[in-house]
Write a protein that binds this ligand. Structure first.
Ligand SMILES: C[S@@+](CC[C@H](N)C(=O)[O-])C[C@H]1O[C@@H](n2cnc3c(N)ncnc32)[C@H](O)[C@@H]1O
Ligand SMILES: [Zn+2]
Length: 292
């Protein structure tokens, strides 16, 4: 990824920041200086009513009103495994296809939301393909947000619940990408701007099948194309493609792909080390694209 500084703070709020809303009252947010009134560098976000959300030292801001749905947040070992696997380039074909799919339908400028974006890997790849855009990586996992805050110079990291009301204004997102993460279709439709693009990446049957079979048969549940089509019936589907590729993982990558997935929530790292993992497997995902 080409740009690696933490985005936005200190330079005033750009288009991505302007899309954010207060998670308590849904009001517009503005940059807030230090709580003690010293200096004017943005230290957080403040809504009109006075709800204040401070920026974490690592650069992300958490916009949540409660503590719901955190049980599925990726843990630090899962995030480290995901970061290593993605840095190894094993999923680059998915990132490249996703970036091109969004670019094909996107305006010259806009705001991208990487929903349940984890470390911001896919958000950064899409922003690389869209030079006039800014992005928001929304996730509920603190270790993931720390990385997302550094993923791309135009990507801001926001702690938030993808299964609740999104901390985003109506029609503020010109593109939403949802890669292997939780989502609420009605909320995506609400935040998408007219003409905005939605790209959803889901695993197909057979995705990493050999590796998954070796770990207690814990399967990645494939996305159901009919179900997706139903969920986004208010949008117009403009493209659908499959990325299918045989890969031979390194031993480390085979372990990481298990650790970073659903299995990572249920198994200790040591259990996964002990398993004999096959390295030859298949990446098989679908990318569906809709327009609002
Ligand atoms: C399978 S990972 C995908 C991450 C990223 N899209 C990627 O593919 O690299 C699922 C992500 O969803 C996040 N997550 C789980 N529940 C969430 C929720 N309720 N709201 C926001 N993020 C959530 C996890 O922390 C994790 O980063
Ligand atoms: Zn508020």
């Amino acid at each position: 990824m080409s740009e690696t500084t933490a985005a936005g703070w200190g330079e005033g709020l750009g288009a991505a920041w302007a899309a954010l809303r207060c998670p308590v009252c849904h009001g517009v947010m503005r940059a807030a200086g230090p709580a003690d009134g010293s200096g004017d560098e943005a230290q957080g976000l403040l809504c009109g009513v006075g709800h204040r959300f401070d920026r974490a030292r690592q650069g992300y801001v958490t916009l949540r009103s409660g503590h719901k749905n955190s049980q599925n947040a990726d843990t630090a070992p899962m995030v480290m495994a995901r970061e290593r696997l993605l840095a190894g380039g094993w999923y680059e074909p998915i990132a490249t296809a996703l970036a091109q799919a969004v670019k094909a339908h996107a305006r010259p400028e806009g705001v991208l939301v990487d929903l349940a974006g984890g470390t911001g890997y896919y958000g950064a790849a899409v922003l690389d393909a869209l030079p006039g855009w800014e992005g928001i990586c929304l996730d509920i996992s603190t270790p993931a947000l720390k990385r997302a805050a550094r993923a791309h110079g135009r990507l801001v990291a926001v702690g938030g619940d993808a299964l609740g009301r999104l901390p985003l204004g109506d029609g503020t997102a010109d593109a939403v990408v949802s890669v292997f993460g939780p989502r609420v279709p009605e909320e995506i439709a609400r935040v998408l701007a007219p003409g905005g693009v939605l790209a959803v990446v889901t695993p197909m049957p057979g995705h990493l099948a050999e590796v998954q079979q070796a770990v207690d048969g814990v399967a990645i549940h494939p996305g159901k194309p009919e179900r997706l089509a139903q969920q986004f019936a208010s949008l117009t589907r403009v493209a659908s493609e499959e990325v299918v590729k045989g890969v031979t993982f390194s031993a480390q990558a085979a372990r990481d792909v298990v650790l970073m997935g659903p299995t990572g929530h249920h198994h200790a790292e040591a259990d996964i080390d002990a398993a004999t993992l096959p390295t030859a497997t298949t990446i098989a995902v679908r990318i569906d694209v809709w327009k609002a």
